[in-house]
Design a protein around this ligand. Structure first.
Ligand SMILES: C[S@@+](CC[C@H](N)C(=O)[O-])C[C@H]1O[C@@H](n2cnc3c(N)ncnc32)[C@H](O)[C@@H]1O
Length: 228
């Protein structure tokens, strides 16, 4: 697939946001982690500094640092303006204001950019896209995916969700998905169906509350584990 950068919004989150979004414990951070749809998050950059073993996958990694950075600065002011205009529709417990939200996004982008080229050489950033991943069965202990599945339910249908989650479960022993809401701040219409489907397949699904939130109702994470 040819990816057009002007269609992508390359916004990433920090390690601290990842730890909170996914309720990551110290033990979790010691696992081999596959972070799918990772974009320009600084989770890999910051985690690698701490000795974590993280592989990030995203179609956006066909682009170089300058291209991703330029696209970020082309869109960020407009996004923050939209958030400022609708400030009452967001939850300001983690980011205390739209300006702080912007600062955190810029921090993530900056740390990502400093690490990206070296990380590509070390195969820590690899080009890939759901619903298919180029990794072996059970190659990773923990699979994470933030702000992609469920969030874009208006554009990605139920079958895409099932195929993508099944694929992540093929490659990872455990999968965590955040958030469970759509861009309209409503719980995704696919959540119940996905849980039912996975339960029937013999997986254990648990919805956990997390200490990260920006969107109303957006403080829940789905944890999927394989039953032995
Ligand atoms: C909103 S960003 C989230 C970035 C990061 N996970 C975070 O929370 O900071 C969504 C990401 O999904 C990526 N993406 C788009 N289509 C994808 C696909 N089919 N498979 C995996 N990632 C995809 C985009 O390139 C983008 O980087």
């Amino acid at each position: 697939m040819v990816l057009h950068l002007e269609k992508v919004v390359p916004i990433g989150r920090t390690l601290d946001e990842y730890v909170r979004m996914f309720n990551l414990t110290e033990d979790d951070c010691k696992k081999s982690i596959l972070s799918v749809a990772d974009g320009p998050a600084s989770f890999n950059a910051e985690g690698t500094q701490l000795g974590y073993k993280i592989k990030s996958v995203d179609p956006i990694y066909v682009f170089n640092t300058q291209q991703i950075k330029k696209r970020f600065y082309d869109v960020i002011d407009n996004i923050i303006e939209q958030v400022e205009k609708t400030a009452n529709n967001w939850v300001w417990t983690y980011h205390k204001s739209p300006q702080e939200l912007k600062n955190n996004r810029e921090k993530a982008m900056s740390l990502f950019c400093q690490d990206y080229e070296q990380g590509k050489k070390e195969h820590r950033y690899e080009i890939g896209e759901l619903p298919k991943l180029e990794y072996k069965n059970n190659e990773y202990e923990l699979g994470l995916i933030s702000h992609f599945l469920f969030l874009y339910s208006a554009y990605l249908d139920q079958q895409f969700h099932l195929d993508s989650i099944n694929e992540m479960l093929r490659v990872c022993q455990e999968v965590r998905i955040f958030p469970l809401i759509t861009l309209n701040h409503k719980i995704s219409p696919y959540v119940d169906f996905v849980i039912q489907f996975l339960n029937n397949q013999g997986y254990h699904c648990k919805i956990e509350e997390v200490s990260y939130q920006l969107q109303p109702q957006g403080n829940q994470m789905l944890k999927i584990t394989k039953l032995n």
